[in-house]
Design a protein around this ligand. Structure first.
Ligand code: 5GP
Ligand code: MN
Length: 330
């Protein structure tokens, strides 16, 4: 599938719904809003639906308030349903019901293929640092001008998924696109401040509590932290305040695999990061989750102790297996 095919699919639809994964991050929100703005400009009847809250710190993005809950449009049937930055139908939440009513569906993503390709059409580029890189090309191909609003959405997405241009998913192409977004008026200072620097008092308190749970095993090569509801309540913080906490663990000099457990009522959400060589996507895949080689996640419906044991076992296994093959290769 090439970008021209995407244009044909878009051109043959009038009512287009865009959706993305629950627990939204900068890439999925920024990409969705940028495509939303562009499709509106070419005269489409377009909506962004999301079965989750927009984290407070992303509420500086233009048109975020026009994102609607699937409850509001549950009886709608769009001509085309576009899912962005998501390779798992379950992560659409209740937007899934509307997805099934659309005669055409298109998935645009940069994650390695998920469990099954659930859309009719799929455009997946795992070389893209963020889904926003693909959306940028689509918007250009639609001949929509990249204005300040679109530029801010796309640059937010790229900065979020590249850790501020620090990860090894950054390519010369990422930087070329970002240069164009800057030239189009994106506010790189504000975006970086909001994603990485600005913290509410509640978030700082939560960070201190969560970091105090730090444990390291395997000679410091695996580090993990956890978060529960009581901590959130004590600090008056929300779950989205914990975005990025796992990086403190990954940044410990000895650590190769970092894990954050978020204990919820019906199970535990697991976030995984690797520094150099372990493929944490493979670990998440084993538990029905997904992501990228160096950043992945899954949800396991069991108690904390059970989840901790199976995840840490799997981390140990991957660490020593991949450590071994790394040593053989070098
Ligand atoms: P995070 O740890 O920040 O929630 O997620 C890291 C990466 O893994 C992101 O690319 C995210 O989309 C992906 N991811 C997290 N949880 C899941 C999951 O349950 N299923 C799938 N398919 N991907 C996930
Ligand atoms: Mn992404």
């Amino acid at each position: 599938m090439i970008v021209n095919d995407i244009l044909n699919i878009i051109n043959s639809a009038q009512k287009i719904y865009i959706s993305t994964h629950i627990m939204p991050d900068g890439d999925c929100i920024g990409s969705s809003l940028a495509l939303y703005i562009a499709l509106k400009r070419v005269g489409k009847n377009v909506k962004v639906i999301l079965d989750d809250e927009i984290p407070l710190h992303y509420r500086f993005l233009p048109y975020y308030e026009e994102i609607i809950s699937p409850d509001i449009c549950e009886n709608d049937s769009p001509d085309l349903f576009i899912t962005l930055d998501n390779n798992d139908i379950e992560r659409l939440g209740r937007s899934k019901n509307i997805f099934f009513k659309a005669p055409n569906s298109l998935c645009i993503d940069h994650h390695p293929l998920g469990k099954v390709m659930f859309s009719k059409f799929n455009y997946v580029d795992t070389n893209a640092s963020a889904t926003a890189e693909i959306v940028y090309v689509i918007i250009k191909s639609l001949s929509v001008e990249i204005d300040k609003d679109i530029a801010n959405c796309l640059l937010t997405a790229i900065i979020a998924d590249t850790g501020g241009f620090k990860f090894d998913n950054v390519t010369p192409y990422t930087l070329n696109i970002s240069a164009d977004l800057l030239a189009s008026g994106a506010d790189i200072k504000k975006i970086n401040e909001i994603i990485f620097d600005k913290m509410s008092i509640e978030k700082v308190k939560l960070l201190s509590k969560v970091l105090s749970t730090l444990s390291v095993i395997e000679n410091g090569k695996i580090g993990y932290i956890y978060l529960n509801k009581a901590m959130l309540e004590d600090c008056g913080a929300s779950v989205s305040d914990s975005e990025g906490f796992i990086n403190y663990v990954k940044n410990i000099d000895s650590v190769e695999i970092a894990v954050m457990f978020r204990i919820e009522d019906n199970g535990v959400r697991v976030s995984l990061r690797s520094k150099d060589f372990v493929d944490v996507n493979k670990i998440a895949n084993k538990f029905g989750g997904g992501g990228h080689k160096k950043a992945s996640g899954c949800f396991i419906d069991n108690n904390f102790d059970a989840v901790k044991n199976v995840i840490l076992d799997e981390c140990r296994r991957s660490l020593w297996l991949e450590w071994h093959s790394e040593c053989i290769q070098t």
